[in-house]
Design a protein around this ligand. Sequence first.
Ligand code: ATP
Length: 201
Amino acid sequence: MLRIGLTGGIGSGKSTVSAIFEQLGAPVIDTDGIAREVVAPGEPALAEICRSLGSGLLCPDGSLDRAALRSRVFQDTSRRRRLEAITHPAIDARMRQRLAELPEETPYVLLVIPLLLEAGWQDRVDRILLVDCPETLQVQRVVARDGIDPQEAWRMVRSQASRDARRQAADDVIENDGSLGPRELIARVRGLDRRYRDAAG
Ligand code: ATP
């Protein structure tokens, strides 16, 4: 089974593209969703986070207070590393479990891994598919979608791997800079889907 790692910066269009792959019948494993699952109440990673990063990180209902966590690790590299040392292995284990559950004859699987480069997970995949667009467009989209402050959006963009680094690591690139209309974007994904099925066959 060919493992395609779909990555891209925040707001680049990963969810938009992975939804098209899903419509074409490709199995999609989304590590963003898994990242939320592994810190749900009752999960060992949540207890570990509270132990390692201190109290005051839970909402009254026992769920993780994401805003509190963000502000605790923000601009503190050592804390962020501690957090990642807890969450990344938990995400990795669940991703492998999901992979193992797929039918053997599955030609390829799309692994959506936003922080593929930052986590150094290149070896988890056979090919890297990048969804790319200019940073100004990333910021515009995130501001429009989430209603956050543009400065905050720029900080998030700058905290991630650079566009150059991503483009260098990529085997395939979807230019999601607005030059492709909705139909052309679907056609581009369809072309890649065909290629991945052929390569797997
Ligand atoms: P995140 O990293 O924050 O999860 P993402 O990479 O998954 O983001 P999307 O959620 O797919 O990005 O896209 C960000 C926003 O931009 C969404 O509101 C989406 O509808 C919009 N968008 C993405 N691609 C296009 C496009 N080609 N044309 C118009 N709008 C788009």
